[in-house]
Design a protein. Structure first.
Lengths: 357, 573
């Protein structure tokens, strides 16, 4: 990995009239990284991508790509390939002509172009489809062609703007893994915009969580999930219980009648301060191996949401004094522990996993 | 309150323009220049003229004041207003019934009915006035009917009203058919499920759904009648209206100042209706959601029969109007010898310069269709698909929409004032075919523009972004992708320009010279000279010419579809 980052954004700001879409965004992306911009709609993630692409111009701020200042360069003078949610394939051109669209302009010999097109179609798993028109392909296939077209000129940066949002759930899951392995194979630095947290968690090297025009957190998928930096990140990524509590000082918190000792990062809340404790549904122990981890609690299952391989049970726990708690169980646990509405279960909370804001 | 740290405002960053962007900007500026010179300039000169006295000195509102003191002119204003209102109130309900039959019944032969009702679009508006004279004029074959009804003569208000009803009908019908076709079947299913009566369904779903279409149709009818020139000229007799006044003032009396005042009077209702229509349309688009299910009528014997009867009646009237002109154009010596003859055609074409005029018409129409389509499409493309030059875009949008609000007569008036001025370096264009073509393009610019914009908006907005990322200049993508996809739209626009250029009178009536006289104007001259037969023959020629060209365009469209649109419905392989 080189010492200078591949892409460097500094103080990127964007306003549309009086609306501030992006506030002073700083971000560094290393060569070969797969980075996801993740956030709810309207958070500015697409705007940020379009600014990197030069399709929008930032109100202020500097962008450097591979050591070159591209802040005010038009899109045609930047180095990237882009794939849109709508595929944006040229419908009146064949698949081969679509893929070759950027190559033809480089005055390469025809045979060389044809060879490159074949190579790319093979790369995206659609060899021999060159003579078809886009309308003859499924959505997933069209998106692969769009990907091939974007990669044809071997750009240094690949930008993906919600590339999977228009696809069926199964195709989506399949194609995201293919994009990931393709990216690994080519080593091309990639930014993908998505609002789907699962997608981001499964493919990204690092996730940039955005909300209301600011970056909430940048980190690996595991970091972002396990150690969310803000309540927004905790609630946006994965399921989480938010429990009203008060601090007892020294990283101890009281929820209802229950005291929890948080890990070292939960320090810094003076005694008496009202806080919110964030606990994931899976951060509990329920299968008997309680060995000194936390206090044993009894709760009654008030509803069960069945999710296939797992379920989410809403439980009323006496000590929490009316604050319901979502607890997840695997299908096996569901059977073994008899999780059903009305059942009383024993469990302990993994207080070492809580986050407090 | 915390002290706010005041940072010096950095200048807003601006992207460097790629050289291809500069090409686009140059094209856009050229378009603006054309629209300013050939639209805004002439309109401004009307305003200027209306504020000057005969010597060109500033006269304030003097011309307006003297206009208001001229009883004859004021009565024309009143005539124009009540005739327009009457025609609107007669035509809109009639056309609504016909549109309802087309869109909401299972009447047989719908395409035939539709075609018959729309044929008048292919004819000059004054064709109906000519026919009316043959039916009910001094030597009309049904003159007796008129007297039974208590009218002394068809010339004057009665003739104008009836002829305008026919002329305006197809325009109103098109709007109403569209409005009634845009229905959401789910609303009707919900009403049926709730056991709603047919009558209540009509008043609570159908009518509110077509409300904006009705408003739009009424406005169009009013403006068309208010600004039409051909019909009152032919059948108005001594019944003066604003449109004929403008012509008399400017061409007859060379009173440009008062002509300008009347021109502005004509412009006012047109602009008003245009603004109302625009706002109404903006509301309408939001009404039909993307998930609406199109409504399809179900057979109902009694209702369908009634609708068929009504459509038959209207179609018969339409055919009577059109057929009479055709019949009369072949009659040897109206009304004494009705034996068919080609005399009016040969006489008209050979002797009375109509042949030359017809050729001029074809040249005008072809030129308008060719250059108009190029200008409109490139203009719409620059507006919708290129980047930068943000300040110019609202201006282009405004200039492109403006022609819709400007009656042809007013535009033509502006052209005289603007291009006939000796100081204008473009003075040499006056009365030439190129100026006639430009004027006609500008006159019908808006509809072509909106058609092109709609087609371009239907294309993926990211084509240009993708091209830029692949470093392909926009004009290559325009040539390889946009243009081939939009060929059917281009043909539609060209056909629209062609037909309207063939039949228009209002704008060009001020601008022709003997060498550039077009056929529609020749009808007026022949009619004025009492040559009713050749006039009818000429009107029929125009209609036939427009019809043939329309059929050619349809054939061309079919061929183009097969050649370039194969990708739309590819056979699965």
């Amino acid at each position: 990995m080189s010492t200078t980052p591949y892409l460097h954004l500094e103080g990127i700001r964007k306003s549309f009239g009086s609306f501030q879409a992006l506030h002073d965004i700083d971000l560094t992306i290393e060569k070969g990284e797969f980075v996801c911009f993740l956030g709810p709609s309207g958070c500015g993630k697409t705007t940020l991508l379009r600014i990197v692409a030069g399709l929008e111009t930032q109100t202020a701020g500097r962008i450097e790509q591979n050591g070159r200042d591209i802040s005010v360069l038009p899109p045609g003078n930047r180095d990237y390939g882009i794939v849109f949610q709508s595929y944006a394939l040229f419908p009146n051109l064949t698949v081969a002509d679509n893929v070759a669209y950027g190559l033809v302009n480089r005055r390469q010999p025809k045979a060389q172009i044809a060879q490159r097109v074949d190579e790319l179609l093979k790369l995206v798993g659609l060899p021999g489809s060159g003579t078809k028109y886009p309308a003859q392909l499924s959505g997933g296939q069209q998106q692969r062609i769009a990907l091939a077209r974007a990669l044809a000129t071997s750009p240094g940066l690949l930008l993906l703007d919600e590339p999977l949002s228009a696809l069926d759930a199964i195709v989506r899951v399949h194609l995201r893994q293919e994009i990931r392995s393709l990216q690994r194979k080519l080593g091309v630095t990639t930014i993908m915009v998505t609002h789907d947290q699962e997608e981001a968690l499964s493919v990204a090297d690092r996730i940039v969580v955005m909300n209301q025009g600011v970056i909430e957190q940048v980190g690996t998928p595991q970091e972002v999930y396990e150690r969310p930096a803000s309540p927004f990140v905790a609630e946006f990524i994965g399921k989480v219980n938010v429990l009203a509590a008060s601090s007892l000082g020294d990283g101890r918190f009281r929820i209802g009648r229950l005291d929890l000792q948080g890990a070292s990062h939960c320090q810094g809340h003076p005694a008496g301060q009202p806080v919110r404790v964030y606990l994931r549904p899976e951060d509990r122990i329920a299968d008997g191996s309680f060995d000194g981890v936390g206090q044993r609690l009894w709760g009654e299952v008030s509803s069960v949401e069945f999710l296939g391989g797992a379920c989410l049970a809403q439980m009323a726990i006496d000590e929490l004094e009316g604050q319901p708690l979502l607890v997840s169980f695997s299908l096996n646990q569901m059977h073994d522990l008899g999780v059903r509405v009305g059942a009383r279960l024993e469990l302990a909370l993994r207080s070492d996993r809580i986050r407090v804001f | 309150m915390a002290a706010v740290l005041s940072l010096p405002d950095a200048p807003v960053l601006r992207q460097r323009a790629h050289w291809t962007d500069r090409v686009a900007h140059a094209a856009m500026l050229a378009l603006i220049a054309v629209l300013l010179v050939f639209l805004a300039g002439p309109l401004a000169s009307i305003l200027v003229k209306s504020l000057q006295n005969a010597d060109g000195a500033y006269a304030g509102l003097g011309n307006f004041a003297s206009y208001l003191q001229t009883p004859a002119l004021l009565s024309s204003l009143w005539h124009s207003v009540w005739v327009s209102l009457l025609v609107t109130f007669v035509t809109v309900p009639l056309a609504f019934g016909f549109a309802y039959a087309l869109a909401r019944s299972c009447m047989p032969f719908k395409p035939v009915f539709r075609t018959i009702a729309l044929v008048p679009l292919l004819a000059p508006s004054l064709l109906s006035a000519l026919s009316l004279i043959y039916w009910f004029g001094n030597q009309g074959i049904a003159k007796g009917v008129l007297q039974v009804l208590g009218f002394e003569t068809i010339y004057g208000a009665p003739g104008v009203v009836v002829a305008e009803c026919f002329a305006v009908f197809p325009h109103v019908l098109m709007i109403l058919v569209t409005a009634l076709s845009l229905a959401d079947a789910r609303l009707y299913e919900a009403a049926d499920a709730l056991g709603t009566s047919a009558r209540r369904r009509f008043f609570t779903i159908t009518l509110p759904g077509a409300k904006y279409g009705l408003i739009s149709a009424a406005l169009v009818a009013f403006t068309l009648v208010m600004t039409d020139f051909g019909v009152p000229k032919v059948i108005g007799g001594n019944f003066n209206m604003l449109a004929t006044d403008v012509f008399k003032l400017v061409i007859g009396q060379q009173d440009f100042q008062r002509g300008a005042v009347v021109g502005l009077l004509l412009l006012t209702p047109a602009v008003l209706t245009f603004v109302i229509d625009w706002r109404v349309n903006a509301k309408q688009t939001a009404m039909l959601s993307a998930r609406a299910v199109p409504y399809g009528p179900k057979p109902a014997r009694g209702f369908d029969a009634a609708m068929t009867a009504y459509a038959l009646l209207i179609a018969a009237l339409m055919l009577a109007m059109l057929g009479m002109a055709v019949f009369a154009s072949f009659a040897s010596f109206w009304p004494y010898n009705l034996a068919p003859t080609w005399r009016h055609y040969t006489m008209g074409l050979v002797d009375a310069e109509v042949g030359g005029a017809f050729v001029n018409s074809l040249q005008l129409a072809a030129g308008t269709a060719f250059f108009g389509t190029i200008l409109v499409f490139i203009g719409a493309y620059m507006l919708e698909k290129t980047r930068g030059l943000a300040w110019a875009r609202p201006l282009v949008r405004l200039l492109a929409m403006l022609p819709m609000a400007v009656p042809g007569l007013v535009l033509g008036l502006g052209y005289i004032f603007f291009f006939n001025a000796p100081a204008n370096p473009l003075h040499g264009l006056y009365q030439t075919l190129p100026l006639l073509i430009l004027c006609t393009i500008v006159h019908f610019y808006t509809t072509g523009h909106l058609t092109a914009v709609t087609a371009l908006k239907a294309l993926d907005a990211e084509f240009e972004s993708v091209s830029a990322s692949l470093k392909v200049p926009f004009f290559k993508t325009f040539w390889r992708v946009t243009l081939p996809i939009c060929t059917p739209t281009l043909l539609d626009i060209a056909r629209y320009f062609f037909i309207n250029a063939m039949t228009t009178i209002s704008a060009v009536v001020f601008l022709y010279s003997p060498d550039t006289k077009v056929a529609a104007i020749a009808i007026l001259n022949l009619d004025e000279a009492g040559e009713a037969g050749p006039a009818a023959a000429c009107a029929v020629l125009i209609t036939a010419g427009s019809t043939i060209v329309t059929l050619l365009f349809i054939a061309l469209g079919w061929w183009v579809d097969r050649r370039t649109q194969a990708w739309r419905n590819p056979t699965p392989r």
